[in-house]
Design a protein around this ligand. Structure first.
Ligand SMILES: *Cc1c(COP(=O)(O)O)cnc(C)c1O
Length: 396
């Protein structure tokens, strides 16, 4: 199929919920995607922080094909060898005792909030409130929308589940005024992704932690985007040294295979009794093969440390661009390979200019060019991306 046919057929049958660029990909290799006519695109979006190992990584390809030939799916009322391997490795790299597998980021957050509700109302029927941040993003299901601090995603879907409140991200005083004994959880991204790449400060997270302890509320981190070595640590909480009670993950953990989940310490391992929560596909054999292959590769390659070095290099290059175009670029923010270039006006034009020149980036929160390349990206590829961004900014 040529690009024109792919686009026409998709647009004819797919619900029009995405505003798509008119580019149709058929395959990828490393940090490059190829369209149906063979044109190469350097991918600095990585499926939105998903393709940690890029495309067609030999370890992931082998693990998935071998698992597909052995066992694809088996109910969670039984055990599988690959789930035993994956769950142990996730526990090790997250630093949590217990893990639950779901299939997406939203489902991971749903599960984490259900656990928090159960934890709260089992002490006091009024302890049900979940506080999250303005400009946060937690998913598209009803309850994750109810926790998402951005009107744009929520409008038209009411009534949303009750029991949610919002505070401004980074404002400890406001949280202090909002907290009370009815709060069962505070849900935060340690680095806001969709909201425009806003890292928290250590002092803020320390303060949030202390308030959660004071009111016996669970601190939940949504590490769906900033986790899995993206920040330069296995998980962003390690960057700040402030550990949550519950942490959710998804995006990068399956290297492109849909996997999500959450983890808790032993202390909260029995909030759910058998039958209280579950998933047909969660922790599926192929998903676990993807998780095991992705995480063991990141581990054996010391990827977190490499991301620190690559991120530092990339950020320095972006800061040079910011200095070159002071009337166009407001600020460069982020940690590791979760970087954002905040522009002084809407950035859609930069995205399309880059795309024309074979570089994939996206724009979030209207003005922020988000840069989340595969973690395997090289300095040479970073230079190539920066050169294209330079040209795009020159015309902007
Ligand atoms: C992407 C994202 C989600 C939602 O994940 P889905 O897999 O699309 O459901 C939730 N939280 C954060 C921080 C995200 O970046």
């Amino acid at each position: 199929m040529d690009s024109k046919t792919i686009i026409a057929e998709t647009d004819k049958y797919y619900l029009p919920v995405f505003s798509r660029y008119k580019v149709a990909f058929t395959h990828g290799k490393g940090c490059y995607l190829y369209d149906a006519e063979g044109k190469a695109y350097l991918d600095f979006l990585g499926g939105i922080a998903v393709n940690a190992l890029g495309y067609a990584h030999p370890v992931l390809v082998k693990a998935l094909s071998e698992q597909a030939a052995k066992l694809t799916h088996c109910s969670n009322i039984f055990y599988t060898d690959i789930q035993a391997k994956a769950v142990k490795l996730v526990s090790e790299v997250t630093g949590f005792d217990r893990v639950f597998f779901a299939n997406s980021g939203a489902e991971a957050n749903e599960g984490a909030m259900k656990l928090a509700r159960k934890f709260g109302v089992s002490q006091d029927p009024c302890k049900y409130k979940i506080i999250s941040a303005e400009e946060s993003f937690h998913g598209r299901t009803f309850d994750t929308l109810a926790a998402t601090g951005h009107e744009h995603y929520r409008v038209g879907y009411g009534p949303l589940p009750a029991g949610h409140e919002f505070v401004n991200y980074g404002d400890l005083k406001e949280l202090e005024e909002t907290m009370d004994d009815e709060v069962c959880a505070v849900l935060l991204e340690p680095i806001q992704g969709e909201g425009g790449v806003h890292p928290a400060t250590k002092e803020y997270l320390q303060g949030v932690r202390a308030l959660c302890d004071k009111y016996h509320a669970l601190l939940i981190y949504d590490e769906v985007q900033c986790g899995v070595c993206r920040s330069g640590k296995w998980f962003a909480y390690m960057l700040y040294g402030v550990k949550p009670d519950v942490m959710t993950f998804a995006k990068g953990i399956g290297g492109g295979f849909p996997v999500g989940g959450f983890c808790v310490d032993e202390k909260y391992a029995h909030v759910f009794a058998p039958g209280d929560h579950g998933s047909t596909f969660g922790g599926n054999a192929i998903a676990c093969a993807a998780v095991f292959a992705t995480l063991s590769t990141l581990k054996s390659e010391n990827m977190a440390d490499k991301v620190v070095a690559k991120g530092r290099y990339f950020k320095a290059q972006l800061q040079k661009l910011a200095a070159k175009y002071p009337d166009k670029v407001k600020e460069v923010r982020g940690e590791g390979l979760l970087l954002g270039m905040d522009l002084k006006k809407k950035g859609g034009q930069v995205v399309t200019a880059c795309l024309d020149k074979g570089l994939i980036v996206n724009c979030t929160a209207d003005t922020v060019i988000r840069l989340v390349p595969p973690l395997i990206v090289t300095e040479k590829e970073i230079d190539e991306a920066v050169a294209i961004l330079d040209q795009a900014l020159a015309k902007f």
